[in-house]
Design a protein around this ligand. Structure first.
Ligand code: AMP
Ligand code: ZN
Length: 117
């Protein structure tokens, strides 16, 4: 999708620190990490947010979630981790291409990723 920063990252127009890629999923390090490990997991096809997941495209979200455990193992997050997806204005979503924040590498504060306002 035109002017979508994550679509541009996926197609290589904007550089990223890639940690994982498969047929449907691209994952890269967040540019403003809020934990020792902070990775964004996104579907390669543009979906704006959780609010836009439908019967037609829900397999894309499922593929992202399938990747979570693989990436956590690659990153040695054996102590656990948190997966967050902000949806819409009130949640503080800033990029309108579906993404799952994978956070870990330390004991996480109770609220993280815009949660503390
Ligand atoms: P959200 O606020 O949930 O929409 O999350 C968007 C995330 O994208 C934020 O945590 C940003 O730090 C991150 N971000 C924005 N631009 C880039 C980029 N070029 N490379 C990596 N992460 C980015
Ligand atoms: Zn996009």
């Amino acid at each position: 999708m035109e002017n979508c920063i994550f679509c541009k990252i996926i197609n290589g127009e904007i550089p990223s620190d890639k940690v994982y890629e498969d047929e449907h999923v691209y994952a890269f390090r967040d540019i403003e990490p809020q934990a020792p490990v902070h990775i964004l997991i996104v579907p390669k096809d543009h979906v704006a947010s959780v609010a836009d997941i439908s019967a037609e495209n829900s397999h894309l979200a499922a593929k992202c979630l399938e990747a979570v455990g693989k990436i956590a193992r690659i990153e040695n997050l054996s102590g656990g981790y948190r997966v967050i997806t902000n949806t819409g204005r009130d949640a503080g979503q800033t990029v309108f291409h579906l993404h799952f924040h994978l956070l870990g590498g330390a004991e996480l504060p109770a609220m993280i990723v815009r949660g503390a306002g």
